[in-house]
Design a protein around this ligand. Structure first.
Ligand SMILES: *Cc1c(COP(=O)(O)O)cnc(C)c1O
Length: 386
């Protein structure tokens, strides 16, 4: 018997039928009124998603593309920025800066740790010439959630831009750009937004737009100031992935119907379900206190090869999970539960993971699923999280 396929990775994520049908519609022309009307609606919905009154610009690229757009439009070659490096995606900020000759000062943390606002303030005191702080809200390689709202308290009154990679956080846990004081927020289509890969989204604060005035973008394709003018006319600088925009309008309509509070609550409940089940299995969670709401990272037992667990889960149960990246490959399993994932998908994922561990020589305490589901139901009614 072939199992139903379940994609429980931290991107790409499952795409709901409603969105798939929207994606399948006839192609329309991106410069004509019909498309502009869709863009106008998308824009309103995107501003709610980002918690901003600023234009949110869609770019045809993967997540790394929008990160590149942020660096090359906000900072000139030779300027210095502070990069928070606590995993693979923090490292990527540094790599993008290096490629653009932006000078990097690093705050390096062990994988699995979250940065503190105090540490950021200290670094900015030591290096007052830093023009930006580049951080992930959710560091997808470790499952850590950095306290971006607190970091914004540090950057607000300084001559420095807070640039936030929200790729595995926006639409998954609360993130309010204007209220928090984020200067540049960006995300991608294939994580929480229930869409295929290929679309990036980015918005800038007044402070960031002012800074951008003094920068000549080092690459022709990503020109945020020109892109902003187009966004204000419900257009894009170049041909946009029309069907992804149509799909985005549908997924944002679904969020609107459900309400973001309910979406976040579900994400929180799934996170509680996964974390409770993992602890009940007798295994160790990788992200301890500051954890994201869209994935759960687990250290497999010493004698178990995580890659073999992933293979078993896929072969025997039809479940796709993710492994660790870089030096955590073979040691870590990352269970994605962002976007179009519900309790039953996660229950399947936890079961496939546990059976995989057992098959690969690990010992797992039983009863984890019942405890996990109990945690899910109590967390749904948790009044304190939002
Ligand atoms: C997925 C992800 C990226 C990279 O996105 P690509 O679409 O693969 O370029 C960057 N940052 C974070 C936090 C991510 O989760």
């Amino acid at each position: 018997m072939r199992n139903k396929k379940r994609l429980l990775a931290p991107g790409p994520t499952p795409v709901p039928e409603r969105v798939r049908l929207a994606l399948a519609q006839d192609m329309i022309h991106h410069r004509k009124p019909e498309f502009k009307a869709i863009m106008a609606q998308v824009q309103q919905r995107l501003q709610k998603l980002f918690g901003t009154t600023q234009p949110v610009m869609p770019l045809a690229c993967s997540g790394t593309g929008v990160m590149t757009a942020a660096v090359t439009n906000l900072f000139a070659a030779g300027e210095k920025v502070l990069v928070i490096e606590a995993g693979k995606f923090g490292e990527r900020w540094g790599e993008i800066c290096n490629a653009s000759n932006v000078v990097v000062e690093k705050l390096v943390l062990d994988w699995g740790e979250a940065v503190t606002a105090e540490a950021v303030a200290n670094m900015l005191d030591i290096h007052p010439d830093c023009k930006g702080v580049l951080v992930q809200l959710s560091e997808t390689s470790t499952g850590v959630l950095h306290p971006v709202d607190e970091i914004a308290g540090v950057t607000k009154d300084r001559n420095v831009l807070l640039v936030v990679d929200g790729i595995s956080a926006v639409s998954i846990s609360p993130c309010s750009m204007d209220e928090w004081g984020i200067d540049c927020l960006l995300t991608g289509s294939q994580k929480g937004l229930m869409l295929p890969p290929g679309l990036g989204l980015i918005a800038c604060s007044d402070k960031a737009w002012q800074k951008a005035e003094s920068v000549t973008p080092s690459c022709f394709y990503f020109n945020l100031r020109a892109e902003k003018q187009k966004t204000l006319q419900n257009q894009t600088l170049f041909t946009t992935p029309v069907n992804l925009i149509v799909g985005l309008n549908e997924s944002l309509a679904m969020f609107e119907e459900t309400g973001f509070d309910a979406v976040f609550r579900k994400q929180w409940a799934l996170t509680m379900m996964a974390r409770t089940a993992i602890v009940e299995m007798g295994l160790e969670l990788f992200a301890k206190d500051h954890f994201t709401w869209g994935l759960t990272s687990v250290l497999v037992p010493e004698n178990v090869d995580a890659s073999a667990v992933l293979e078993y889960a896929k072969e025997q149960f039809g479940v796709t999970l993710a492994g660790g990246q870089a030096h955590m490959k073979g040691r870590l399993v990352r269970i994605g539960h962002m976007g179009w994932v519900d309790w039953a998908d996660l229950a399947a994922g936890l079961h496939a993971f546990a059976e995989g561990c057992k098959a690969c020589g690990g010992s797992i305490t039983s009863g984890y699923l019942e405890k996990g589901l109990h945690a899910y139901h109590s967390a749904l009614n948790d009044s304190e999280i939002l």
